[in-house]
Design a protein around this ligand. Structure first.
Ligand code: NI
Length: 191
């Protein structure tokens, strides 16, 4: 089933996700459905809030960007080939960010047409569980770190526009207003 991606203005996007405690086939199916929706929308990351569920789960796949951008990573102290670890689902992530702060032009599937520079630390260390409940530690930089920070924000109910410089945000205001209006109409119809 192709899941609908929630849009800016829908309250679920501002909701912090509950920890995941049950690692069953339902969770695996949900992650697979999220990946399907993400690929369909041509994205590289998707958080549970974006498919209308406030839980601590996001998915990502960097394979399409591998040749474009350099990044390094270790997973549990090793560096397996990227295609062995992607697509990646992270459950109950605990993220530590460090390193130099860097700007990067970000977009978000819940904000079609909206883009802008967001400044974030360049490295992360994340402890998370996989879909079987096994714990892992991933360290990475570059776009890998960037996607984890963006998606982890979603899990806290934090949106990338909240991290944009006010000048950057001002340039996106009319698009944001349009999105908000569309969401209001959508929510009204759904009621
Ligand atoms: Ni996003």
């Amino acid at each position: 089933m192709l899941l609908r991606i929630t849009q800016f203005g829908e309250p679920i996007l501002k909701q912090k996700g509950e920890p995941v405690t049950v690692f069953d086939d339902g969770l695996k199916k949900l992650a697979a459905d999220m990946l399907e929706a993400m690929y369909e929308a041509d994205g590289i990351g998707l958080a549970a809030q974006q498919i209308d569920k406030a839980i601590q789960l996001f998915v990502m796949d960097l394979q399409v960007r591998e040749r474009e951008v350099d990044f390094q990573y270790t997973l549990d102290g090793r560096t397996p080939p990227l295609d062995l670890i992607m697509p990646l689902a992270m459950v109950n992530p605990e993220v530590e960010a460090f390193g130099e702060e860097q700007p990067y032009d970000e977009g978000c599937l819940s904000f079609p047409g909206v883009r802008g520079n967001v400044i974030r630390p360049s490295q992360v260390r994340v402890r998370y569980q996989d879909l079987d409940g096994q714990s892992h530690t991933l360290e990475c930089d570059g776009i890998f770190a960037r996607v984890i920070l963006h998606e982890n924000d979603h899990l806290q109910g934090v949106l990338f526009i909240e991290r944009m410089h006010p000048d950057t945000l001002r340039g996106q205001e009319s698009k944001l207003k349009k999105l908000k209006r569309a969401s209001r109409d959508f929510l009204k119809r759904r009621r």
